[in-house]
Design a protein around this ligand. Structure first.
Ligand code: C2O
Ligand code: CU
Length: 426
């Protein structure tokens, strides 16, 4: 295959970690859930898609479109989603990126479930607990499968109802290269949800109106201030929600070098040129501080330091560029072991030359500091920590979701070429 996935090949040999005697398989499955159930069926299929560039691509899709079937539910509802695999010869799964689901619903082939074989199906069931912007994607040979289209948006609306009068989503992906123009009446409150479904870092500029960054990685920011002409940087897998009031002229989000763009326009037709990049918004001091359940001075029961780098070496039988964790590649990278209840501090140090958006499954981490500078604005709860070359990030989380969880670079090529580790519960 043109996209070797060492990760999933190796993952099959990866058994033996236990979740401790007090936990049963049932705990890892979650439920039973009461209350409203939202049922979906998503068919993974092969679909020839014409790109806006004119190129025809053989895509793999969830629901026949690229991006895949948009999922929108309300907080408190139980999602019951049947994945049906109609791909000809390709097993697949669905991972709920950013949703802290019970472990057995996490969709990691070879770790939390067997991949769904062609002709097979699997039903995911979990409760939508935290409102926000998430996405779902294949986690089997993810580098190839997400690149070819197996992804879509998942939006969880608050139990109290919609957050805005107009609610739009932009999934940034190289094959999503249409310029969508959607109608938006002036004066309306708009929520614009942006998901980076590419592996590379995307810098997106929003132009045409003052706005607030209401949420990052699906978690609301505290009192985000109004800004204008700023760009937002999203590592692979990251999300940001922008709030603004629709002006009497078109607004646009996109970026030079980003193929996906969205225009909202009062007449639904007129558009506006992509502006040059505005200065980057620094989330380090954005919004207002607020009490968090733990912080820089808490008593941590575990501390892990993870060094990210690159190197040449043999992996899965071939010589190539590898992305390393503490000088090693998956499956030789360390397994981080915690106990339920542990307060965990993690330090990521990027010693290499590439961005590494580190994505921890099943947990959100609180950003403590970057390069020694504490975060002084709104608490920032991330599921994907973009660690840029030379940077050191300190983050913290509570070990409150037992299971085996991946922690990997969301540049999916990096993940499949070594930069993958696991978090395990004793
Ligand atoms: Cu968005 Cu391990 O994935
Ligand atoms: Cu990386």
């Amino acid at each position: 295959s043109a996209f070797p996935d060492r990760l999933s090949m190796n993952a099959h040999g990866h058994h033996g970690a236990s979740t401790g005697p007090t936990r049963s398989v049932k705990d890892l499955i979650g439920g039973p859930y009461t209350g409203p159930v939202r049922k979906f069926t998503v068919v993974a299929d092969e679909t020839r898609i014409p790109l806006a560039s004119g190129q025809l691509v053989d895509a793999w899709t969830f629901g026949g479109t690229l991006p895949g079937l948009p999922l929108r539910v309300r907080q408190g509802e139980t999602i019951e989603l049947k994945l049906v695999n109609r791909l000809e010869a390709t097993p697949t799964t669905i991972h709920w990126h950013g949703v802290d689901v019970p472990n057995a619903m996490d969709g990691v082939a070879g770790v939390t479930q067997d991949a769904v074989q062609p002709g097979g199906e699997f039903t995911y069931r979990f409760r939508a607990e935290k409102p926000g912007t998430y996405w779902y994607h294949s986690h089997q040979v993810a580098n190839e499968q997400v690149t070819r289209g197996l992804f879509g948006a998942l939006v969880i609306e608050p139990a109290a109802g919609p957050v805005a009068e107009i609610d739009e989503t932009l999934l940034v992906h190289n094959w999503n290269d249409r310029l969508d123009v959607r109608k938006a009446e002036p004066g309306r409150r708009v929520r614009l949800r942006v998901v980076n479904a590419n592996s590379g870092t995307e810098r997106l500029t929003f132009a045409g109106a003052p706005f607030r960054v209401a949420a990052v990685d699906g978690q609301d920011l505290n009192e985000p201030g109004e800004i204008r002409d700023r760009s937002i940087t999203l590592g692979g897998g990251g999300r940001a929600d922008l709030d603004f009031t629709m002006p009497a002229h078109p607004v646009r989000i996109g970026g030079p070098g980003t193929r996906s763009a969205l225009v909202l326009s009062p007449d639904g037709v007129s558009t506006v040129e992509q502006p040059r990049h505005a200065p980057e918004l620094d989330l380090n001091a954005y919004g207002k501080p607020k009490t968090t359940p733990f912080g820089p001075d808490s008593a941590y029961t575990k501390h892990f330091t993870v060094d990210l780098d690159q190197g040449m070496g043999f992996h899965a039988g071939r010589l190539g560029l590898l992305w390393t964790v503490d000088g090693r590649v998956f499956p030789d990278a360390p397994m981080l072991m915690v106990r339920e209840g542990d307060l965990v501090r993690m330090t990521f140090r990027n010693k290499g030359m590439n961005d590494h958006p580190m994505h921890l499954h099943g947990h959100h981490v609180l950003a403590l500091s970057r390069d020694g500078t504490p975060f002084t604005g709104s608490p920032l709860w991330l599921d994907t920590v973009l660690v840029r070359p030379g940077e050191t990030w300190e983050v913290a989380f509570r070990a409150d979701n037992p299971g085996i969880w991946m922690d990997h670079c969301h540049d999916l090529l990096h993940a499949s070429n070594g930069m993958t580790l696991h978090l395990g519960y004793e």
